[in-house]
Design a protein around this ligand. Sequence first.
Ligand code: COS
Length: 384
Amino acid sequence: METDVFEQLLQSVRDFVRGRLVPLEKKVEEDDAVPDEIVAEMREMGFFALTIPTDYGGLGLTSVEEARVAMEIGWTSPAFRSVFGTTIGIGSQGIVIDGTDEQKSKYLPCMARGELIASFCLTEPNSGSDAASLKTTAERVEGGYRLNGTKRYITNAPRAGVFTVMARTDRKSDGASGVSAFIVDADTAGISLGRPERKMGQRGTHVCDVIFADCFVPDSALIGGVEGKGFRTAMKVLDRGRLHVAAFCVGTADRLIDEMVRYADGRTQFKKRISEFQLIQAMIADSEVEKEAARALVLQSAHMRDTDEPIVKAAAMSKYYASEMVGRVADRAVQVFGGAGYIAEYCVERFYRDVRLFRIYEGTSQIQQLVIAREVLNEHRRQG
Ligand code: COS
């Protein structure tokens, strides 16, 4: 996108986030729902189009541009992001990265218009971090496949019109090579949803099981038209998703530092503003340094993706560092607020619960460590 057009887009996202969404955060928390008019406004503003390629009606942002937009959106409750986040992220990117032209033409334009919500079905009751061990089957039948299995903790499933589903086409293999990816319409016979889960935070975001019982999908649902590539598709999608989550964490840290500093400047104890106490200043300083380090790492990693450099390690490092960073910043924000930080009236209490998920979903911190270490060891071994 042209630089000045992108800067205008960024400014309009910033104005919308700060002027329109922030005042609604408490309502979303209380109602456990994002108001319909906000979803409509997001559609109008092109939030659903951000990462969809321009050939299919999207804005086709680069990874650096996407990261900068995610940093703006991170300023407010993650529930707002989730309205469009799975559609522009993990729900659609399997098709964007590995789909056939027909699959792209069929699904991407309606996703870009915000008419079709997409969710990503990888996790299962017995397959979380060990994603390659998934048990959902896609049995070959005439004209297509029959899906059977349960997918767990699927974000946005109640709103989804389409699911990207990883299922085992080769039952002889119990690992990655037997997995294929499918694009499945949510109204297909044989799909049912579990009850929405009650969660620690991120109220307004809905998560539930998606159950496939003898669910027939045609051959055209196989992403890319080739069996056995689904695990790699899922991993490439997650590389991109991890960068997006990391960028969002930087935005949330920006907000928490803003809250922390304003509170510290306004609160008086021992006849001084508490911001004048060096132990408070240390918490502010540590938060700012770590947040800026995360920003630099995320933008560098996004730039690597834009220039077609390998990003497996960079995406894992970004997600690992940024999600742990925002956890520490949220903890310090609660500490600076003191007793008030534990009270729901103040937003830091809510953010403290909301950010906890960032260290878990789209790959736990421990999985990111494992990926990083594996990549570093391989680099050293390759160098001899
Ligand atoms: N990009 C492209 N291909 C990738 C890849 C990536 N990022 N990561 C792995 N692959 C490929 C490998 O190259 C390998 O291909 P070959 O068999 O052709 O060599 C194949 O996929 C299997 O990979 P690997 O051997 O690394 O699989 P593992 O079972 O060891 O699993 C981890 C790897 C643990 C990293 C993976 O299961 C994972 O990320 N787990 C976390 C899942 C997750 O994030 N869940 C969140 C739910 S979605 S919100």
